[in-house]
Design a protein around this ligand. Structure first.
Ligand SMILES: [Zn+2]
Length: 132
């Protein structure tokens, strides 16, 4: 019963992030908004669900601003594969970059590590045109 409840809450958190896919939110913000909507999901549950969704590749985490505030953003189940994103360190804006990562790079990593590369994520950080 407890497990079912946890699964339902995780799904609700996933749906919430999906509905707010344009936004980046901290665990505290997610918990506050869910609690306003009367879901009764505690921050500890949000924290665990977010960690799990991150390891499932459904959301991405990055640190925004000059502080150490971690924010989360929905990426979709599939679109996160081979994704390239650039983040503004100042305002936290995220932009997807569409370009092919050099096949030579993957081949060289594969040769050095013995891994066969199935997909990748590339996160770049900088200052956006508004913040430069
Ligand atoms: Zn910016």
């Amino acid at each position: 019963m407890q497990k079912q409840r946890t699964t339902a809450q995780k799904l609700e958190i996933k749906r919430f992030l999906e509905a707010n896919r344009e936004r980046e939110m901290t665990v505290a913000e997610i918990a506050a908004e869910l609690s306003e909507s009367g879901s009764g999901i505690g921050i500890a549950t949000v924290y665990r669900a977010v960690k799990r969704l991150e390891s499932d590749g459904i959301i991405i985490r990055h640190v925004t601003g000059s502080g150490n505030k971690a924010v989360y953003k929905y990426c979709g189940d599939e679109s996160v594969r081979n994704m390239h994103m650039i983040f503004c360190r100042c305002c936290g804006k995220a932009v997807a970059i569409n370009f092919e990562l050099s096949h030579k790079f993957e081949t060289s990593v594969s040769d050095k590590t013995g891994f066969s590369i199935t997909d990748h994520q590339l996160l770049l950080y900088g200052l956006c045109p508004d913040c430069r």
